[in-house]
Design a protein around this ligand. Structure first.
Ligand code: ADP
Ligand code: MG
Ligand code: ZN
Length: 480
């Protein structure tokens, strides 16, 4: 049978506030276990939570950037469940009156799909739980409560994605927006961005949604995509085999590339949600929200359009450059001092981004400033160095963190563009290669390539090829 895939995503984002969401404990990553706790985040009797204003502000910022409406009355609720990483036995979350609702993220057209609007169902603020550690073969588990109470923003979409690729594209654009807002480090490997994927299939043309399966434990966007691809096939096989799917949570095993059943899914009623009595519901001044809206930075979509318009870049290049705020900034600094924007785009999206990707580095770690890159490109234009030399200089500058200008000066690496000097070398090569000269003159024009090669060899690749060609052709024609 033919099936349609339906996907909805829940993203949990750790906000990078200095302190936790309901107490003053530090949120610093990688500290000694249980060193960042207090009566509030340990859930000791009599302690009272106080909402972190910055966490709330970050939440509003994200909600506005995702085109959401802000709830006029905001309330926190207790979500009750028992787990050893949750000392209070409930999580402070938001149930029926979340921070924000009804937004959208537009994903751009790509190689596999058309542009599409993914609706955001809700954005709510909650607290993170602690972390369980299970040392191998020791027969016990450990708990670290440093993470307990770190602010989390949950961003939930409508079931609007119809392929694993669309889910991947949505996550990429969402992450890009979140990075622009600087509210989180969005590092999936550190767990500051986590994604649960909900997926069902239904016969093509059917309007009722199929049985939803929730996937967890993916720690890269590629993992999300692969787990969804696996699940599309698995669900179709189950239904085609005449069996029924039941609502459950499955875990992605990235090594085996399969999903495994973890538990049947709880219903909201199982959590016995009720209003958090220690935090009163409150409303937010509309003028305050407007002030935050006005202070939002330029977001990816606007930047992409501006790059196309102001710099004449293709949509593809603009997408790649504006996808990461730091790359966009690097490009714009370069564009301020160098006119050929297409050339800048090529160098950044090519060599520079390839390097950053393999090193997991950001442009701030790059030894080459945007101004140095511009200087390098200007030297190519002047014929002082060749494109090939520039590539080598750039990679050496990146490796050694030495300024490209200095590398050129130290190595005397400049291209020979002096025509007097080149003419001399051309004449030498002509006199040493009579055969090829004869061939050329008798009509075998490709003998020219061989002669150019000899000149490049003679100059160790430093001759300006355009000038060489010009001199050589002239010399060969003249002597006829
Ligand atoms: P829960 O409360 O169990 O987490 P929700 O109804 O809040 O479930 O939905 C969670 C996510 O699952 C949302 O992103 C939603 O779009 C998505 N979703 C809901 N039903 C389906 C379905 N049948 N197939 C795929 N995704 C779904
Ligand atoms: Mg859920
Ligand atoms: Zn605390």
């Amino acid at each position: 049978m033919n099936y349609e895939t339906v996907i909805g995503l829940e993203v949990h984002l750790q906000l990078n506030t200095v302190t936790k969401v309901f107490c003053g404990c530090s949120t610093k990553f990688g500290q000694k276990p249980n060193s960042q706790t207090c009566p509030v985040c340990l859930g000791l009797p009599g302690s009272l939570p106080v909402l972190n204003e910055t966490a709330f502000l970050f939440g509003i910022k994200v909600a506005l950037a995702l085109n959401c409406g802000i709830q006029s009355l905001i309330k926190f609720d207790r979500k009750n469940y028992y787990y050893p990483d949750l000392p209070k036995n409930y999580q402070i979350s938001q149930y029926d009156m979340p921070l924000a609702y009804n937004g959208f993220v537009d994903i751009p057209a790509n190689l596999t799909g058309l542009p599409k609007r993914i609706r955001i169902l809700r954005v709510h603020l909650e607290e993170d739980a602690g972390k369980l550690i299970h040392p191998e073969r020791e027969g016990h588990s450990l708990v670290d409560l440093n993470r307990t109470g770190i602010p989390l923003l949950e961003i939930v979409t409508e079931p609007d994605m119809n392929s694993p690729q669309e889910a991947y594209d949505y996550l990429t654009r969402l992450k890009s927006i979140l990075e622009y807002l600087k509210v989180s480090d969005c590092d999936m490997e550190k767990g500051s961005l986590r994604c649960d994927a909900n997926i069902s299939i239904r016969p093509s043309g059917e309007s009722k949604l199929g049985t939803k399966i929730e996937l967890k434990n993916m720690n890269t966007f590629k993992g999300v995509k692969s787990s969804l691809e696996y699940e599309v096939k698995r669900q179709a096989t189950v239904i085609d085999g005449g069996e029924k799917l039941f609502q459950e949570t499955r875990l992605w095993d990235a090594d085996k590339m399969i999903t495994l059943s973890m538990r049947s899914k709880e219903e909201a009623t199982d959590y016995r949600y009720f209003p958090e009595p220690d935090l009163v519901p409150f409303s937010v001044d509309k003028a305050f929200i407007e002030k935050i809206r006005q202070r939002l930075p330029e977001l990816p979509e606007a930047k992409i359009r501006r790059f196309m318009k102001d710099y004449g870049l293709s949509e593809y290049d603009s997408n790649v450059l504006a996808g990461q705020s730091e790359i966009a900034e690097y490009f714009e600094r370069c564009a301020q001092v160098y006119e050929n924007r297409k050339a800048i785009a090529n160098w950044i999206t090519g060599d520079i981004m390839a390097y950053l990707k393999t090193q997991g580095a950001s442009p701030a770690d790059l030894g080459v400033s945007p101004e140095s890159l511009a200087a390098l490109l200007k030297m190519i234009d002047k014929g002082a160095i060749s494109g090939k030399m520039a590539k080598e200089i750039l990679s050496e500058a990146i490796e050694t963190k030495m300024a490209p200008e200095k590398i050129i000066a130290d190595k005397g690496l400049s291209q020979i563009s002096d025509s007097g000097k080149l003419e001399e070398i051309v004449m030498q090569v002509i006199s040493k290669n009579e055969r090829s000269v004869k061939d050329y003159r008798s009509g075998k024009k490709n003998a020219l390539g061989y002669l150019v090669g000899q000149i490049m060899k003679e100059t160790k690749g430093a001759a300006n090829p355009e000038i060489v060609n010009r001199i050589l052709e002239k010399a060969l024609e003249a002597r006829q």
